[in-house]
Ligand binder design. Sequence first.
Ligand SMILES: Cc1cc2nc3c(=O)[nH]c(=O)nc-3n(C[C@H](O)[C@H](O)[C@H](O)COP(=O)(O)O)c2cc1C
Length: 326
Amino acid sequence: MNHYLAPLEGITGLSFRRMHSKYFGGVDRYYMPFLSPTQNHCLSPKEERELSHADREPYEAVPQILTKSPEDFLWAVDRCVERGYREVNLNMGCPSGTVFSKGKGSGMLRDLAVTERFLDEIFSRCPVPISVKTRVGVSSAEEFPQILELLNKYPIQELTIHPRVRKAFYDGAVELDAFAYAAEHCKHRLCYNGDIRCREDLQYIRCRFPAVSSVMLGRGLITDPGLLCGGTKRQTLLNFHEELLEEYCRLFSSKVNAVARMKDIWKELLGLFENAEKLGKELKKTVDYESYRSIAHRILTELPIHPSLAPGLKDTVSSTFSKNLL
Ligand SMILES: Cc1cc2nc3c(=O)[nH]c(=O)nc-3n(C[C@H](O)[C@H](O)[C@H](O)COP(=O)(O)O)c2cc1C
């Protein structure tokens, strides 16, 4: 089974992926946070830097594209192909209000006739394989059979399903019955994504869905970056943290911005440590570089690391998918 790092906008950018692959690894493929091409067909300096070039990265990466325009999608694909990427991923899952209201991301699940025209265009003209990342509906997983029927028509390289509906964002139980429907009816290679936090969760997916070819981990791999390589060791995490902080200071030319970026990682990483409430609160409050460094150092050196993290998938129940469909 393949293991992927999920795209996490604001967290798993180029520097994070480089450091993660250097210090931890165990990831077969890193999916990049979305690139959202605009009509003026021009990459900003930040997009240019973040896209990098496939050959310059010591790991396999797949760019993700968020758009509802076939022309903009194909333009962005060309920029990816020029930089050596051999697959692109289509984002059909982003739940954010502004994205959804424009009919992009999970907004593509709203009007399947419109989405069908988009998919017809891109699949007939794209020079490289397209994988897709989607959810199981907008407001109810009852919508999922129609969504899957549509997606089954195209030569999708691999279909990643995050079994939540758009209105759930990233909260509440994942809808494993809807995913079970996919495992039975999907014609493509299938990738599971959602709430994998420990090795038991990986085992659960392997056993319940033996046909699944890949799993994609997001927040679980930020909390425990060594999850796929035998566990997170304290010294490795210290070195990872130090180099990533240095890299962000260099990249943003601002220690305040570097601290803000590191704090986004800590929202998940704090979960690795026991008794982290007090220092966690101090870390959240601080904007000062020196005080950030001192609090982070205390957490990293003084707090016990959880011997085993609680599974994310235990006792999850489907709330909106009818078992009759299975
Ligand atoms: C802060 C944040 C940023 C995200 N950015 C993206 C993104 O750029 N593209 C995407 O397809 N999904 C994005 N996601 C969704 C994740 O890729 C993933 O589907 C979700 O976190 C569920 O998986 P997990 O439970 O393993 O974290 C984001 C999620 C979060 C929390």
